[in-house]
Design a protein around this ligand. Sequence first.
Ligand SMILES: *[C@@H]1O[C@H](CO)[C@@H](O)[C@H](O)[C@H]1NC(C)=O
Ligand SMILES: *[C@@H]1O[C@H](CO)[C@@H](O)[C@H](O)[C@H]1NC(C)=O
Length: 434
Amino acid sequence: MESTVLLVLVLLALSHMVRPCNCAGPCSSAAYEFSGLSKDGAFHFPVFHRDHPCVDPSPPAVHAASVSDAGVVMGNDKIHKGKYFMGISLGTPTVFNLVTIDTGSTLSWVNSESCQMSCHDQAAEAGPKLDPRRSATYRQTGCSDEACVDVHQDNGIPYGCIDETGTCLYSVRYGSQCSAGKLGRDRLALGDNFTVVDDFTFGCSVDDMFYGLEAGVIGFGNKSYSFFNQMVRQTSYSAFAYCFPSDHTAEGFMIIGPYPQRLELVTPLIRGYGRRCYVYSLLLLDMAVDGKRLQVDPTIDPRQILVVDSGTDDTFMSSPVFYALAEAVASAMLNRGYYREYGRDETACFRPASGEPVNWRGLPAVEMQFLRATLRLPPENVFHQQSAGRICLAFQPDTSGVRDVRILGNRALRSFRVVYDLQKMTFGFQARAC
Ligand SMILES: *[C@@H]1O[C@H](CO)[C@@H](O)[C@H](O)[C@H]1NC(C)=O
Ligand SMILES: *[C@@H]1O[C@H](CO)[C@@H](O)[C@H](O)[C@H]1NC(C)=O
């Protein structure tokens, strides 16, 4: 989620060699290969989970040995732990970067070589840090440029400019994380040097507080300067679709533009969420556990609007609905021989009383009922393994996430192909589609 923060900024520094992705095995060039512009005029490309062998340097990744720079640890920011990435190439010569796919924010940014304050560490697999001075096609965005004015206006940045050098500054915030730097334009390519946008607008981050190994964030929110909006202008249809694989070593996909229309379930897409007019939301009517509706206090309306946020792992819902869900799941789990464990926070965790391993095929059936679309969630979309013999619900009350924002996280939707059809204002689901 994006809002504002103002950070101090300064200017340039040194450069690095351009290094290609050095993963071996299944993530060698083939994994990063861009399928390109299809016959129907849509952009297709692969996406990865952060545990994909190309990304995660730690076990149990099968190819861990071939991945360098091991030991960089992921942060555990409650709402930004489960991420999915895609590869982009910026500049001339091109610099390859792995970035988080984020439908909950708009401006894209990458870690810059000219970091001035504190910048997050980047895994070798995420590519080198970008050095704008090394790119023949990089252009700084001026203070009076439309993109600068828009970014300032949308993020409430009152004086984000260095007038002497005509440098437009930006800052964005995501929960407890943030990035700040200079706004610029450069050539954006996907895959094998296939130019997609000649003057792609993005941020060169020179100061951040960011928990992750990736180079930065790519924004799909609805603003003229988001990655999605800059891409979709070149296609004939305003939509994007993706499938995030549950199996973290598998590959998912992303499509921008016209998409294969066959879908099992379709629900209306809601524009924005409160002041956040750039996000995409859905109306959740109710939930069910083992076919039974939740016992929510009848004086409370269980219906709620959720922001679809690909950059957040868990789903954050209204507290009364969360407690009813946790209760229903706990009782269904008790029948199956699991007891509930209470931790420091509000999460609902379970452990088999027998000490046996968790039987993933025997867990309660959980459904999310959206308007005109009931989603039966696979067990790995409902729970995550927290440690050996302990699983936790991937749902939390909104009080433990971003204040006043209810979020449909990416875990609930993994292995579904989801379609954001902005032309028809619908959201589609197709099970087992990766
Ligand atoms: C990529 O394409 C651009 C424009 O077509 C060209 O100038 C550049 O040399 C190419 N770079 C590589 C690494 O092939
Ligand atoms: C995207 O933003 C434009 C401009 O504010 C608006 O007209 C349009 O309805 C928005 N579309 C969606 C899907 O939010």
